[in-house]
Ligand binder design. Structure first.
Ligand SMILES: *[C@@H]1O[C@H](CO)[C@@H](O)[C@H](O)[C@H]1NC(C)=O
Ligand SMILES: *[C@@H]1O[C@H](CO)[C@@H](O)[C@H](O)[C@H]1NC(C)=O
Ligand SMILES: *[C@@H]1O[C@H](CO)[C@@H](O)[C@H](O)[C@H]1NC(C)=O
Ligand SMILES: *[C@@H]1O[C@H](CO)[C@@H](O)[C@H](O)[C@H]1NC(C)=O
Ligand SMILES: *[C@@H]1O[C@H](CO)[C@@H](O)[C@H](O)[C@H]1NC(C)=O
Ligand SMILES: *[C@@H]1O[C@H](CO)[C@@H](O)[C@H](O)[C@H]1NC(C)=O
Ligand SMILES: *[C@@H]1O[C@H](CO)[C@@H](O)[C@H](O)[C@H]1NC(C)=O
Ligand SMILES: *[C@@H]1O[C@H](CO)[C@@H](O)[C@H](O)[C@H]1NC(C)=O
Ligand SMILES: *[C@@H]1O[C@H](CO)[C@@H](O)[C@H](O)[C@H]1NC(C)=O
Length: 812
């Protein structure tokens, strides 16, 4: 008690003697560990170096939170390379960052010069420049404030959006990565065309829209059912358009920030008793949340399968593409409407909608819904309307022109009235039967006439090679270059053995160099693919369309007699196993790189399972199938091979098991049952390998009759999971993160597929700090030849090597 009292007293004194919250023209802030502290002690400003970087930056962070969370960086674009600079106020009254030799490294620009300027760190975390005497803390009296130049964090009270008078646009820009605060490509800003809304951007492409503000919340945001932590508001008047929030309880710290590594916007709150940040919300939260997943007029419904459905009265633009879950082209009206012809058009109401992209929209606050409808009807490009504000009976008007983009069902959604041919709305409303009686024969005649014209047109067009379809076909061919066999022979020096990169599951891989110098990897497929040339080509085209930064890019293919070759981008760093299981290389993979690899693989797999148009189950995920690019980013290879070899099933039961011992899920290895959950199993094994740096079937625990799963499970049960951690990681690790990864790994390798999480949950678990369920016993605790090795006869298995893909024809 006494000691506590004395330390408190000491703390108090040292604060009084050193802590100040202002810089004046006489008193600057040198880079010697001095800081500014806001008067209530919540924020601190000083010099820091992020991560392992040695660059110096000036930042603001929460003073009382041990894990320094930098909420603002002054010179994010202008790092200082030495530690002898200082922050001061110059003669012109601007805040400047002075280098040791007197050059100005960074400065602020205030338009008006102060007589006696000071820079002060306020209790809100705002750094302001103002007249010394004017301490009203009124926003208008600030000559400059850091809240006008946000970085990646939105603090309570900050405004995100436009000052229309000065043209100032405040937006968030993510750090490039955890040790480089310079502006990245991931940003968050207000869009003010028509009905304003908040948009997350990937470079110049929209990544996620909030949907417009409807008086209560954003129409695309989830409904928060618990006690609200924060109060949100969107201000929209002639002077300003911005979003802001405040904490309901001032003593609770809650902030929103964006992270480019994860492409997520997160809201977190500090939990003092647990000394940790807790994740409250993140965006995008599901597959429907990324921008426009279903194309124009496609409605994304997260609980439906598939998730994309056409709006009522619409049909897929291309049924063929829609069927293979390629939704990009979206939907078109089943019947065109006729504008300004009485009773020839109307509206169908879609309830619970996140309102469409407001880029081409127009809004009015005072109109009623009836006026809104009339306004829409009188303009032939108007395609939909809705209330601006849903409070009470609803008020205001928004109308849209052109295609309706980025629609989804949302808890906070509202009624959207979509323009439609009158026959459709009549059919829906079930009146005007008489009109239908007259319309039907007319319509039939029209349809027959149209069909005849179409057939005639098609015949003509097909004759003269200019039809759209032919063009499309050629484009498709262009997308996937067919390489000449001679070119590849030449590039690989006639498949010479010194060009061999390795042996993959389905054939040998060679390195090649094209005439233009481009390096490629060539997979020469073994001849036993049961597929014809045309099917093979189709599969390759499908794979080439799968593009994700964590998948190896398919550049093309080559078919020559029985030879089938796949051409990939070349990865200079080869595969993960070469790093992980090599004692000299494994040190290059510190924990942050390993986490990045784990996360990247999870992203790639999520794309294959849920987000790509095809839903691909990899079936042979393993360390040697993870390639690393020059920055050690992981890229999954060999995806789609199982499809090419085994056929087109997406889920079910196969007689041919393609996979690798040690990575195969029990139900797959024994019964040939595969699903996305068998991939999750392999992912779990891989995760444990990455954490431990040991092969799944390593000698390390084999003498105890275990594989890695058995070993990890034993350690888990004995409550010593840290023994699994690769010793060469040393102190690069964050223990809690690594233990969390082991925990997730064990959840992925549980015996029963239904217990295993799917990749969406895995991503969530990796990126949040929420509590995880306890894992149940994994499948295959022991070496598995003893289980399947005997029962499968007459297959080519080479059990002497660990890393060979086996293809077992199941004996049933
Ligand atoms: C400044 O950097 C030098 C080496 O670059 C280091 O020796 C010194 O301790 C640093 N000083 C401070 C105050 O951090
Ligand atoms: C001061 O140092 C910086 C590098 O730290 C250099 O770019 C600049 O030219 C120097 N200026 C003078 C006046 O020496
Ligand atoms: C300050 O203003 C001047 C002139 O308006 C401009 O050239 C300069 O780029 C500005 N500097 C910063 C850091 O915004
Ligand atoms: C982004 O998230 C990753 C993974 O959680 C983390 O390692 C990284 O530090 C974060 N980046 C920034 C700039 O906070
Ligand atoms: C950001 O965009 C630039 C230019 O468009 C691109 O070169 C860079 O690779 C992008 N970075 C990331 C992390 O996406
Ligand atoms: C961001 O855009 C770049 C291209 O500009 C793309 O390569 C990348 O995959 C995008 N990232 C996400 C997460 O969508
Ligand atoms: C605010 O939060 C603190 C700490 O959690 C609590 O003690 C206090 O009662 C809360 N105040 C209100 C008004 O809810
Ligand atoms: C703090 O952690 C404990 C144990 O992990 C948990 O039961 C409790 O719910 C956490 N408190 C909060 C506010 O999250
Ligand atoms: C319809 O709306 C568009 C977009 O606002 C506008 O350009 C056009 O002039 C309008 N047409 C009529 C007839 O009002």
């Amino acid at each position: 008690m006494v000691i506590l009292f004395i330390t408190n007293l000491l703390l108090l004194f040292s604060q009084i003697s050193t802590a100040t919250d202002t810089i004046t023209q006489l008193q600057s802030l040198p880079d010697d560990g001095s800081t500014l502290v806001s008067s209530d002690g919540s924020f601190e400003l000083g010099f820091f170096s992020p991560g392992s970087s040695t660059n110096r930056y000036i930042g603001i962070w929460y003073k009382n939170i041990p894990d320094r969370f930098v909420v603002w960086v002054a010179n994010r674009d202008h790092p200082i390379k030495h530690n002898s600079s200082k922050l001061s106020i110059n003669k012109e009254g601007n805040l400047i960052l002075l280098s040791k030799n007197g050059t100005v490294h960074w400065s602020i620009n205030s338009s008006t010069k102060a007589l006696s300027p000071i820079v002060k760190l306020l209790d809100t975390g705002n750094l302001v420049l103002r007249e010394e005497k004017d301490d009203s803390n009124n926003e208008d009296s600030f000559l400059w404030q850091s809240f006008d130049y946000p970085c990646d964090t939105l603090l309570p009270g900050m405004k995100l959006g436009w000052n229309l008078k000065t043209g100032l646009n405040r937006r968030l820009t993510a750090w490039k990565n955890w040790e480089d605060p310079s502006p990245g490509n991931f940003t968050w800003s207000a869009v003010i065309t028509g009905d304003p809304e908040m948009v997350l951007w990937n470079g110049s492409a929209k990544f996620h829209r909030s949907g417009p503000w409807n008086g209560v919340g954003f129409s695309g945001a989830p409904l928060w059912k618990g006690t609200p932590l924060t109060e949100h508001n969107m201000v929209n008047n002639a002077d300003e358009v911005y979003y802001t929030y405040k904490c309901v309880n001032k003593s609770v710290m809650s902030i929103t920030y964006i992270n480019q590594t994860l492409y997520l916007r997160k809201r977190i709150a500090w939990i003092p008793e647990n000394n940790t940040w807790k994740l409250y919300q993140y965006v995008p939260r599901d597959s429907c949340d990324t921008y426009n997943p279903c194309g124009p007029h496609g409605n994304c419904i997260v609980n439906e399968s598939p998730i994309c459905q056409c709006l009522e009265g619409f049909e897929p633009k291309s049924q063929q593409n829609w069927d293979i879950m390629d939704w990009a082209q979206g939907c078109v009206r089943s019947k065109p409407w006729m504008c300004r012809v009485k009773d020839k058009d109307g509206f169908i109401k879609s309830a619970g909608m996140k309102l469409p992209d407001t880029k081409y929209s127009w809004a009015d606050r005072s109109m009623t819904l009836e006026d809104c409808k009339a306004k829409c009807l009188e303009n032939c490009s108007c395609t939909a309307y809705a209330n601006l504000d849903v409070r009470g009976a609803g008020s205001g008007c928004v109308i849209w022109f052109g295609d309706l983009l980025d629609l989804r069902l949302s808890d906070r959604g509202q009624d959207l009235y979509v323009r439609m041919a009158a026959s459709e709305t009549d059919a829906k409303e079930g009146h005007s039967k008489k009109k239908v009686v007259i319309l039907v024969p007319l319509f039939l005649i029209l349809v027959i006439a149209l069909t005849l014209t179409y057939i005639y047109w098609r015949k003509r067009k097909l004759g003269g090679k200019t039809s759209d379809e032919n063009k499309e076909e050629r484009q498709e061919d262009l997308e996937l270059p067919l390489f000449d066999f001679a070119t590849i022979t030449c590039a690989t020096n006639d498949f010479s053995s010194d060009k061999r990169l390795g042996q993959g599951g389905f054939g040998l891989v060679y390195k090649g160099t094209l005439a233009n110098g481009q390096e490629i990897a060539v997979k020469r497929l073994s001849h036993n693919s049961g597929q014809g040339t045309k099917e093979f080509k189709n599969e390759v085209i499908l794979c080439a369309k799968l593009q994700h930064r964590n998948l190896v890019k398919v550049l093309g293919c080559c078919i020559h007699g029985v030879e089938k070759l796949l051409i990939y981008e070349y990865m200079p760093n080869r595969s993960l196993d070469a790093f992980l299981f090599d004692s000299s290389q494994s040190e290059l993979l510190d924990w942050s790189k390993r986490f990045n690899i784990i996360y990247g693989i999870a992203r790639g797999l999520l794309y294959l399972h849920h987000d790509s148009r095809l839903r691909i189950i990899h079936r042979d995920l393993k360390a040697s199938n993870i390639l690393l690019d020059s920055e050690l980013n992981p890229k999954i290879s060999d995806f789609g091979m199982a499809r090419m070899f085994v056929g087109n099933e997406t889920e079910g039961n196969t007689k041919i098991v393609a996979g690798t011992y040690g990575y195969m899920a029990p139900e797959y290895a024994i019964h040939g049952l595969f699903s996305i959950k068998s991939d999750v199993f392999s992912f779990g094994v891989l995760l444990l390998e990455i954490v431990s740096g040991k092969k799944t079937r390593g000698v390390f625990y084999a003498d105890q009759g275990y594989n890695i799963l058995g070993y990890a499970w034993r350690l888990w049960k004995e409550d010593t999971p840290m023994k699994l951690i690769d010793p060469c990681l040393g102190d690069t690790i964050t223990l809690s993160d690594v233990l969390r990864c082991i925990h997730i790994g064990l959840l992925c390798v549980q015996l029963h597929p239904e217990d295993r999480p799917n990749m969406t949950s895995v991503i969530l678990m990796l990126s949040s700090e929420n509590t995880l369920p306890q894992p149940k016993k994994p499948g295959f605790l022991i070496e598995m030849e003893s289980i399947v090795g005997e029962s499968s006869s007459g297959k080519h298995i080479s059990s002497s090597t660990n890393e060979i893909t086996v293809t077992i024809l199941e004996a049933r």
